[in-house]
Design a protein around this ligand. Structure first.
Ligand code: ZN
Length: 160
């Protein structure tokens, strides 16, 4: 069996930056399991996994355009503190979900705190970065009808 649309694929992976520093890894955890062909992982990695078999190992470098996008300075805003309502202990690094104009949610991170204003950054942490993946395919199976209908894999009865 090969990786293709509507296969459920499990991979072990290590993600490093341009300096070889590890950003994320499945080492010591369960493999990452996802439904292929539905955009559940970044396009650069999903495309590279197409047609691969169990046991295959690949090294993929993903540009920002095929990863989490370029950094967008327009997503960095200073927000008047009163918009945070009663929240008094806001610190750099905290994350909030905020609604966007088209009814989606954006996760923003607090990057600066002043008495009257809080600066938030809506860029993904990995935006603007070239991502280097070291991936091994561990398992491939057919997706169930329910998984295809939902557009994601169901792992161990979990439903995220
Ligand atoms: Zn589901």
């Amino acid at each position: 069996m090969k990786v293709a649309k509507h296969k459920v694929v499990s991979i072990d992976y290590k993600l490093t930056d341009d300096d070889g520093e590890t950003i994320d890894s499945s080492e010591g955890m369960d493999p990452l399991t996802y439904l292929h062909g539905e955009g559940n992982i970044i396009p650069g990695l999903e495309n590279a996994l197409d047609d691969k078999s169990v046991g295959e190992q690949l090294n993929v470098s993903v540009s920002p355009a095929d990863g989490y996008g370029e950094r967008d300075d327009k997503l960095v805003h200073a927000v008047p503190r009163e918009q945070f309502g009663d929240e008094s202990d806001i610190e750099v690094g905290m994350r909030f979900r905020v609604p966007t104009e088209n009814d989606e949610e954006l996760v923003v991170a607090v990057v600066d705190v002043k008495d009257d204003a809080i600066t938030v950054d809506g860029n993904h942490d990995l935006a603007g970065m070239t991502l280097h993946f070291d991936v091994t395919v561990r398992e491939i199976r057919d997706a169930t009808e329910e998984e295809i209908a939902h557009g994601h894999a169901h792992v161990g009865g979990d439903h995220d």
